[in-house]
Design a binder for this molecule. Sequence first.
Ligand SMILES: Nc1ncnc2c1ncn2[C@@H]1O[C@H](COP(=O)(O)OP(=O)(O)OP(=O)(O)O)[C@@H](O)[C@H]1O
Length: 263
Amino acid sequence: MTDTTSSTPGREEPAFRLDGLHKVFGDYTAADHVELTVRPGSFYGLVGPNGAGKTTTLSMAVGLLRPDAGTARVHGVDIWAQPLQARRLLGVLPDGLAMPERLTGRELLTYLGQLHGLDATEVDRRADELLAVMELDGSAESTLVVDYSTGMRKKVGLATALLHAPRMLVLDEPFEAVDPVSAATIKQILRRFVEGGGSVLISSHVMALVEQLCDTVGVMARGRVVAEGPLDDVRGSRSLEETFVDLVGVTVGGGEGLSWLAS
Ligand SMILES: Nc1ncnc2c1ncn2[C@@H]1O[C@H](COP(=O)(O)OP(=O)(O)OP(=O)(O)O)[C@@H](O)[C@H]1O
């Protein structure tokens, strides 16, 4: 397992690098000097128990939540110091998906394509393809995002993240509430994105999915990255789930209490 205090990227510039990202809410430290490195062409899975600080970290990392300290860089570009350059390189699916809701999926893509400065014909072409691939074309096209199901919102969120052809994708729980067929489509899109030279960071609670997709994992607990490295190094000869439970130091409950549930 790689020591998280040492730098892993060698001489190659990381696709994504978080250095000492720190956030305190009141007297609670949600992210404690987080260090994390995504190599170019890597598929990185960030896992951790509820409340570990994943969303807080990723929100700071993509420019949505101002850190108390630390830096985030995408291909060397500082996200907080050079936001416009960084946004060209970065595609983001935030948790909770704050996006204009009283637009249809197509209108949303058109609007965001214009904000990215893309040519109108090119935006139309990309929107056609993305809506078709995500199965948000046809009748879904006249539906406002506010009326989308949770899974449809994830899919249109992913479409907005891909629209400007970024080099790095940061996706907070992209498979949450997505049906198995759509999940297979999303996996295929993300694999193709990585094969084409892009880099991906996802957060997920589904260990099997992380083992299936990711070559690198980071485990967060109590606001810190407690392990990071190639998947096989982090999990060793065990499953990622067993390693995870060990690393985060939780007791697997359920054996005692709740006696009133027994009939
Ligand atoms: N705006 C906020 N104000 C106060 N506390 C916050 C705020 N945002 C997050 N927290 C706290 O920070 C901690 C980390 O939350 P965060 O959402 O980053 O965890 P997470 O690892 O993404 O969890 P989950 O897996 O459940 O989504 C939690 O204890 C949460 O209550």
